[in-house]
Design a protein around this ligand. Structure first.
Ligand SMILES: *Cc1c(COP(=O)(O)O)cnc(C)c1O
Length: 361
Protein backbone atom coordinates (compact mmCIF):
# COMPACT_ATOMS: atom_id res chain seq x y z
CA UNK A 1 0.00 0.00 0.00
CA UNK A 2 1.14 3.54 -0.65
CA UNK A 3 -0.46 6.84 0.20
CA UNK A 4 -0.28 10.39 -1.07
CA UNK A 5 0.30 11.51 2.52
CA UNK A 6 3.73 9.86 2.56
CA UNK A 7 7.01 11.62 2.03
CA UNK A 8 8.25 10.32 -1.34
CA UNK A 9 11.10 8.26 0.10
CA UNK A 10 8.70 6.10 2.13
CA UNK A 11 7.30 4.41 -0.93
CA UNK A 12 10.80 3.50 -2.13
CA UNK A 13 11.90 1.76 1.09
CA UNK A 14 12.40 -2.01 1.25
CA UNK A 15 12.31 -2.56 5.01
CA UNK A 16 14.22 -5.32 6.77
CA UNK A 17 12.18 -8.39 7.64
CA UNK A 18 13.28 -9.86 10.99
CA UNK A 19 13.03 -13.58 11.69
CA UNK A 20 9.73 -14.77 13.09
CA UNK A 21 9.09 -14.32 16.83
CA UNK A 22 6.42 -16.99 17.24
CA UNK A 23 3.54 -16.54 19.65
CA UNK A 24 3.07 -20.26 20.17
CA UNK A 25 5.11 -21.70 23.02
CA UNK A 26 7.28 -24.84 22.88
CA UNK A 27 8.87 -24.20 19.52
CA UNK A 28 12.57 -24.95 19.23
CA UNK A 29 13.58 -21.49 18.13
CA UNK A 30 16.79 -21.55 16.10
CA UNK A 31 15.96 -18.81 13.59
CA UNK A 32 17.20 -15.44 14.93
CA UNK A 33 20.58 -16.17 16.51
CA UNK A 34 19.50 -15.34 20.03
CA UNK A 35 21.51 -16.85 22.86
CA UNK A 36 19.86 -20.03 24.15
CA UNK A 37 20.91 -19.15 27.70
CA UNK A 38 19.27 -16.47 29.85
CA UNK A 39 21.16 -13.36 30.94
CA UNK A 40 23.45 -13.47 33.96
CA UNK A 41 21.72 -13.46 37.38
CA UNK A 42 23.71 -10.28 38.06
CA UNK A 43 21.89 -8.64 35.13
CA UNK A 44 18.52 -9.62 36.56
CA UNK A 45 19.51 -8.20 39.97
CA UNK A 46 20.67 -4.93 38.36
CA UNK A 47 17.41 -4.64 36.42
CA UNK A 48 15.42 -5.29 39.57
CA UNK A 49 17.30 -2.55 41.44
CA UNK A 50 16.90 -0.12 38.51
CA UNK A 51 13.15 -0.72 38.41
CA UNK A 52 12.92 0.35 42.03
CA UNK A 53 14.79 3.61 41.79
CA UNK A 54 13.94 6.71 39.83
CA UNK A 55 12.00 5.55 36.76
CA UNK A 56 10.13 8.85 37.01
CA UNK A 57 13.36 10.61 36.01
CA UNK A 58 15.03 10.64 32.59
CA UNK A 59 18.02 8.33 32.38
CA UNK A 60 21.60 9.57 31.94
CA UNK A 61 21.52 10.76 28.30
CA UNK A 62 25.21 9.91 27.88
CA UNK A 63 25.05 6.41 29.46
CA UNK A 64 28.30 7.38 31.17
CA UNK A 65 28.60 4.52 33.67
CA UNK A 66 27.90 1.92 31.00
CA UNK A 67 30.31 3.48 28.52
CA UNK A 68 33.01 3.68 31.19
CA UNK A 69 32.54 -0.03 31.91
CA UNK A 70 32.72 -0.94 28.20
CA UNK A 71 35.79 1.26 27.72
CA UNK A 72 37.50 -0.45 30.67
CA UNK A 73 36.58 -3.86 29.27
CA UNK A 74 38.30 -3.10 25.96
CA UNK A 75 41.16 -0.87 27.15
CA UNK A 76 39.65 2.25 25.51
CA UNK A 77 38.87 5.79 26.67
CA UNK A 78 35.33 6.85 27.56
CA UNK A 79 35.27 9.11 24.49
CA UNK A 80 35.99 6.16 22.21
CA UNK A 81 32.73 4.37 23.07
CA UNK A 82 29.21 5.08 21.78
CA UNK A 83 26.06 3.19 22.77
CA UNK A 84 22.65 2.96 21.15
CA UNK A 85 19.31 1.21 21.18
CA UNK A 86 20.54 -2.05 19.70
CA UNK A 87 23.40 -2.23 17.25
CA UNK A 88 20.87 -1.77 14.45
CA UNK A 89 20.38 1.81 15.65
CA UNK A 90 24.13 2.27 16.04
CA UNK A 91 24.65 1.02 12.47
CA UNK A 92 21.95 3.35 11.16
CA UNK A 93 23.63 6.35 12.80
CA UNK A 94 27.00 5.25 11.43
CA UNK A 95 25.63 4.98 7.88
CA UNK A 96 24.26 8.50 8.16
CA UNK A 97 27.39 9.85 9.84
CA UNK A 98 30.01 8.35 7.53
CA UNK A 99 28.59 6.98 4.29
CA UNK A 100 26.50 9.79 2.79
CA UNK A 101 28.93 11.17 0.22
CA UNK A 102 27.17 12.32 -2.94
CA UNK A 103 27.46 9.85 -5.82
CA UNK A 104 29.97 7.67 -4.01
CA UNK A 105 28.86 4.08 -3.40
CA UNK A 106 29.34 2.07 -0.22
CA UNK A 107 31.29 -1.16 -0.69
CA UNK A 108 29.97 -4.37 0.86
CA UNK A 109 29.92 -8.11 0.08
CA UNK A 110 26.93 -9.37 -1.93
CA UNK A 111 26.02 -11.81 0.82
CA UNK A 112 25.99 -10.17 4.22
CA UNK A 113 23.67 -8.75 6.87
CA UNK A 114 20.71 -7.57 4.80
CA UNK A 115 20.05 -4.53 6.97
CA UNK A 116 23.04 -2.75 5.37
CA UNK A 117 21.19 -2.45 2.06
CA UNK A 118 18.09 -1.26 3.93
CA UNK A 119 20.02 1.63 5.54
CA UNK A 120 21.41 2.50 2.11
CA UNK A 121 17.82 2.85 0.89
CA UNK A 122 16.84 4.95 3.89
CA UNK A 123 19.78 7.34 3.60
CA UNK A 124 20.03 7.50 -0.20
CA UNK A 125 23.38 5.70 -0.31
CA UNK A 126 24.23 3.59 -3.35
CA UNK A 127 25.39 0.07 -2.42
CA UNK A 128 28.19 -1.46 -4.48
CA UNK A 129 28.21 -5.18 -3.78
CA UNK A 130 31.23 -7.40 -4.32
CA UNK A 131 30.58 -11.11 -4.89
CA UNK A 132 31.89 -13.55 -2.30
CA UNK A 133 34.19 -16.15 -3.82
CA UNK A 134 34.21 -19.95 -3.79
CA UNK A 135 32.83 -21.35 -0.54
CA UNK A 136 31.15 -17.97 0.17
CA UNK A 137 34.50 -16.56 1.25
CA UNK A 138 35.36 -12.88 1.11
CA UNK A 139 38.56 -11.80 -0.59
CA UNK A 140 39.21 -8.37 0.91
CA UNK A 141 41.23 -7.25 -2.12
CA UNK A 142 37.90 -7.40 -4.01
CA UNK A 143 36.54 -4.56 -1.84
CA UNK A 144 38.23 -1.91 -3.98
CA UNK A 145 36.97 1.32 -5.44
CA UNK A 146 36.23 0.90 -9.18
CA UNK A 147 38.88 2.56 -11.36
CA UNK A 148 38.59 6.33 -11.31
CA UNK A 149 35.86 6.37 -8.67
CA UNK A 150 35.80 7.17 -4.97
CA UNK A 151 33.73 5.19 -2.51
CA UNK A 152 31.79 6.36 0.52
CA UNK A 153 33.30 3.65 2.73
CA UNK A 154 33.22 -0.07 3.43
CA UNK A 155 31.02 -2.19 5.66
CA UNK A 156 31.76 -5.82 6.56
CA UNK A 157 30.37 -8.14 9.18
CA UNK A 158 33.20 -10.09 10.77
CA UNK A 159 32.43 -12.92 11.22
CA UNK A 160 30.05 -12.58 8.30
CA UNK A 161 26.33 -13.25 8.50
CA UNK A 162 24.70 -15.46 7.37
CA UNK A 163 27.78 -17.47 6.36
CA UNK A 164 29.43 -17.55 9.81
CA UNK A 165 32.88 -17.27 8.23
CA UNK A 166 35.42 -15.02 9.96
CA UNK A 167 38.28 -12.99 8.50
CA UNK A 168 41.69 -12.86 10.17
CA UNK A 169 42.78 -9.50 11.57
CA UNK A 170 45.39 -9.04 8.84
CA UNK A 171 42.54 -8.94 6.29
CA UNK A 172 40.82 -6.18 8.28
CA UNK A 173 44.11 -4.28 8.38
CA UNK A 174 44.46 -4.66 4.62
CA UNK A 175 40.97 -3.20 4.22
CA UNK A 176 41.84 -0.27 6.51
CA UNK A 177 44.96 0.44 4.44
CA UNK A 178 43.04 0.12 1.16
CA UNK A 179 40.66 2.90 2.27
CA UNK A 180 42.64 5.35 4.42
CA UNK A 181 40.28 8.22 3.62
CA UNK A 182 37.04 6.45 4.35
CA UNK A 183 35.50 4.70 7.33
CA UNK A 184 35.73 0.92 7.38
CA UNK A 185 32.86 -0.29 9.56
CA UNK A 186 33.43 -3.73 11.05
CA UNK A 187 30.24 -5.21 12.51
CA UNK A 188 31.39 -7.73 15.11
CA UNK A 189 27.96 -8.92 16.25
CA UNK A 190 29.27 -12.49 16.55
CA UNK A 191 32.94 -11.97 17.39
CA UNK A 192 32.68 -13.43 20.90
CA UNK A 193 32.03 -16.90 19.47
CA UNK A 194 35.54 -17.39 18.15
CA UNK A 195 36.31 -14.45 15.86
CA UNK A 196 39.22 -12.01 16.01
CA UNK A 197 38.22 -8.52 17.15
CA UNK A 198 39.57 -5.42 15.46
CA UNK A 199 39.20 -3.33 18.64
CA UNK A 200 42.98 -3.44 19.32
CA UNK A 201 43.53 -1.74 15.94
CA UNK A 202 41.51 1.35 16.91
CA UNK A 203 44.51 3.16 18.31
CA UNK A 204 46.37 2.79 15.03
CA UNK A 205 43.60 3.41 12.48
CA UNK A 206 41.58 6.65 12.50
CA UNK A 207 39.20 5.14 9.91
CA UNK A 208 38.14 2.07 11.93
CA UNK A 209 34.70 1.83 13.52
CA UNK A 210 33.87 -1.44 15.32
CA UNK A 211 30.25 -2.24 16.21
CA UNK A 212 29.20 -4.73 18.91
CA UNK A 213 25.86 -5.91 20.25
CA UNK A 214 24.70 -7.35 23.56
CA UNK A 215 21.97 -9.29 21.76
CA UNK A 216 23.98 -12.40 20.94
CA UNK A 217 26.90 -13.26 23.20
CA UNK A 218 25.43 -11.47 26.24
CA UNK A 219 21.90 -12.88 25.96
CA UNK A 220 20.23 -9.46 25.93
CA UNK A 221 18.38 -9.29 22.60
CA UNK A 222 15.31 -8.11 24.52
CA UNK A 223 17.11 -5.18 26.18
CA UNK A 224 18.32 -3.52 22.93
CA UNK A 225 21.88 -2.36 23.49
CA UNK A 226 24.55 -1.87 20.83
CA UNK A 227 28.01 -0.33 20.93
CA UNK A 228 30.35 1.46 18.53
CA UNK A 229 34.04 1.89 19.22
CA UNK A 230 36.52 4.05 17.38
CA UNK A 231 38.71 7.09 17.70
CA UNK A 232 37.15 10.15 19.27
CA UNK A 233 36.47 12.01 16.04
CA UNK A 234 34.28 9.14 14.82
CA UNK A 235 32.45 8.82 18.13
CA UNK A 236 31.85 12.59 18.12
CA UNK A 237 30.07 12.24 14.77
CA UNK A 238 27.82 9.52 16.16
CA UNK A 239 27.05 11.68 19.21
CA UNK A 240 26.07 14.55 16.95
CA UNK A 241 23.63 12.33 15.04
CA UNK A 242 22.27 10.78 18.23
CA UNK A 243 21.73 14.16 19.84
CA UNK A 244 19.88 15.30 16.73
CA UNK A 245 17.63 12.24 16.83
CA UNK A 246 16.94 10.95 20.37
CA UNK A 247 18.73 12.16 23.49
CA UNK A 248 17.80 9.07 25.51
CA UNK A 249 18.22 6.00 23.30
CA UNK A 250 19.09 3.78 26.26
CA UNK A 251 16.58 3.69 29.06
CA UNK A 252 17.57 3.31 32.68
CA UNK A 253 17.00 -0.45 32.68
CA UNK A 254 19.06 -1.00 29.54
CA UNK A 255 21.97 0.99 30.98
CA UNK A 256 21.91 -0.91 34.27
CA UNK A 257 21.45 -4.35 32.74
CA UNK A 258 24.09 -3.87 30.07
CA UNK A 259 26.64 -2.68 32.61
CA UNK A 260 26.03 -5.73 34.80
CA UNK A 261 26.42 -7.98 31.75
CA UNK A 262 29.92 -6.61 31.09
CA UNK A 263 30.85 -6.90 34.76
CA UNK A 264 29.97 -10.62 34.96
CA UNK A 265 32.76 -11.85 32.75
CA UNK A 266 32.74 -15.38 34.18
CA UNK A 267 29.11 -15.95 33.18
CA UNK A 268 29.74 -14.47 29.73
CA UNK A 269 32.72 -16.80 29.20
CA UNK A 270 30.75 -19.87 30.34
CA UNK A 271 27.80 -19.19 28.03
CA UNK A 272 29.81 -18.45 24.93
CA UNK A 273 32.00 -21.50 25.54
CA UNK A 274 28.88 -23.67 25.89
CA UNK A 275 27.56 -22.30 22.59
CA UNK A 276 30.88 -22.90 20.82
CA UNK A 277 31.04 -26.47 22.17
CA UNK A 278 27.47 -27.16 20.99
CA UNK A 279 28.28 -25.65 17.59
CA UNK A 280 31.13 -28.10 17.04
CA UNK A 281 29.00 -31.09 18.09
CA UNK A 282 26.06 -29.96 15.96
CA UNK A 283 28.28 -29.39 12.92
CA UNK A 284 29.59 -32.96 13.14
CA UNK A 285 26.09 -34.41 13.54
CA UNK A 286 24.81 -32.51 10.52
CA UNK A 287 27.80 -33.60 8.45
CA UNK A 288 26.92 -37.18 9.41
CA UNK A 289 23.44 -36.51 7.98
CA UNK A 290 25.04 -35.47 4.68
CA UNK A 291 24.96 -31.69 5.15
CA UNK A 292 27.72 -29.43 3.95
CA UNK A 293 28.51 -27.11 6.91
CA UNK A 294 30.43 -23.87 6.39
CA UNK A 295 33.12 -23.29 9.05
CA UNK A 296 31.48 -21.04 11.66
CA UNK A 297 32.96 -18.59 14.15
CA UNK A 298 29.48 -17.53 15.28
CA UNK A 299 26.51 -18.87 17.23
CA UNK A 300 24.90 -20.23 14.06
CA UNK A 301 25.81 -22.55 11.23
CA UNK A 302 25.08 -22.14 7.53
CA UNK A 303 24.37 -25.49 5.90
CA UNK A 304 23.05 -27.10 2.75
CA UNK A 305 22.12 -30.62 1.78
CA UNK A 306 23.22 -31.70 -1.69
CA UNK A 307 20.02 -33.70 -2.29
CA UNK A 308 17.36 -31.73 -0.45
CA UNK A 309 15.68 -28.42 -1.15
CA UNK A 310 16.35 -25.98 1.68
CA UNK A 311 12.89 -24.43 1.53
CA UNK A 312 11.34 -27.89 1.82
CA UNK A 313 13.53 -28.74 4.79
CA UNK A 314 12.69 -25.45 6.54
CA UNK A 315 8.97 -26.10 6.04
CA UNK A 316 9.31 -29.69 7.26
CA UNK A 317 11.18 -28.54 10.34
CA UNK A 318 8.50 -26.01 11.08
CA UNK A 319 5.85 -28.77 11.00
CA UNK A 320 8.02 -30.52 13.57
CA UNK A 321 8.10 -27.38 15.75
CA UNK A 322 11.68 -26.40 14.88
CA UNK A 323 12.28 -22.92 13.46
CA UNK A 324 15.36 -22.16 11.34
CA UNK A 325 16.04 -19.31 8.91
CA UNK A 326 15.78 -19.74 5.16
CA UNK A 327 16.59 -16.76 2.92
CA UNK A 328 14.98 -16.78 -0.51
CA UNK A 329 17.89 -14.86 -1.99
CA UNK A 330 20.11 -15.51 -5.02
CA UNK A 331 23.13 -17.76 -4.32
CA UNK A 332 21.99 -18.80 -0.83
CA UNK A 333 18.48 -20.12 -1.42
CA UNK A 334 19.69 -23.70 -0.89
CA UNK A 335 21.17 -22.92 2.53
CA UNK A 336 19.64 -22.93 6.00
CA UNK A 337 20.91 -20.74 8.80
CA UNK A 338 20.58 -22.56 12.08
CA UNK A 339 21.21 -20.86 15.42
CA UNK A 340 23.09 -22.95 17.96
CA UNK A 341 20.75 -23.87 20.81
CA UNK A 342 21.15 -25.70 24.08
CA UNK A 343 22.26 -29.34 23.76
CA UNK A 344 18.60 -30.42 24.03
CA UNK A 345 17.51 -27.99 21.31
CA UNK A 346 20.33 -29.12 19.03
CA UNK A 347 19.29 -32.73 19.59
CA UNK A 348 15.66 -31.90 18.75
CA UNK A 349 16.84 -30.31 15.50
CA UNK A 350 19.01 -33.29 14.57
CA UNK A 351 16.17 -35.73 15.35
CA UNK A 352 13.73 -33.72 13.22
CA UNK A 353 16.19 -33.53 10.32
CA UNK A 354 16.93 -37.24 10.53
CA UNK A 355 13.18 -37.97 10.31
CA UNK A 356 12.78 -35.60 7.35
CA UNK A 357 15.73 -37.11 5.48
CA UNK A 358 14.31 -40.61 5.99
CA UNK A 359 11.33 -39.60 3.87
CA UNK A 360 11.64 -39.74 0.08
CA UNK A 361 12.84 -36.43 -1.39
C1 LIG B 1 21.98 -9.48 15.14
C2 LIG B 1 22.83 -8.59 14.31
C3 LIG B 1 22.84 -7.22 14.50
C4 LIG B 1 21.79 -6.50 15.31
O1 LIG B 1 21.91 -6.59 16.63
P1 LIG B 1 20.98 -5.74 17.61
O2 LIG B 1 21.97 -5.19 18.55
O3 LIG B 1 20.07 -6.75 18.21
O4 LIG B 1 20.25 -4.68 16.85
C5 LIG B 1 23.75 -6.45 13.80
N1 LIG B 1 24.57 -7.01 12.91
C6 LIG B 1 24.56 -8.32 12.65
C7 LIG B 1 25.48 -8.88 11.63
C8 LIG B 1 23.67 -9.14 13.34
O5 LIG B 1 23.61 -10.43 13.05
Amino acid sequence: MTSSFWSPVVGTLKPYVPGEQPRVPDLVKLNTNENPYPPSPAVLAALDAAVRSGLERYPDPESTALRRTIAGHHGLQLGEVFVGNGSDEVLAHAFQAFFQHADQPLLMPDITYSFYAVYCGLYGIQALTVPLREGLRLQVADLQAPAGQRVAGVVVANPNAPTGIGLPLRDIEQLLRQHPERVVLVDEAYVDFGGQSAVPLIEQYPNLLVVHTLSKSRSLAGLRVGVAMGQRHLIDALERIKNSFNSYPLDKLAQAGAQAAYEDRAYFDRCRQAVMDSREGLSLQLEDLGFEVLPSQTNFIFVRHPQRDAGGLAAGLRERAVLVRHFRLPRIEQYLRISVGTPDQCQALVDALRALLAQPA
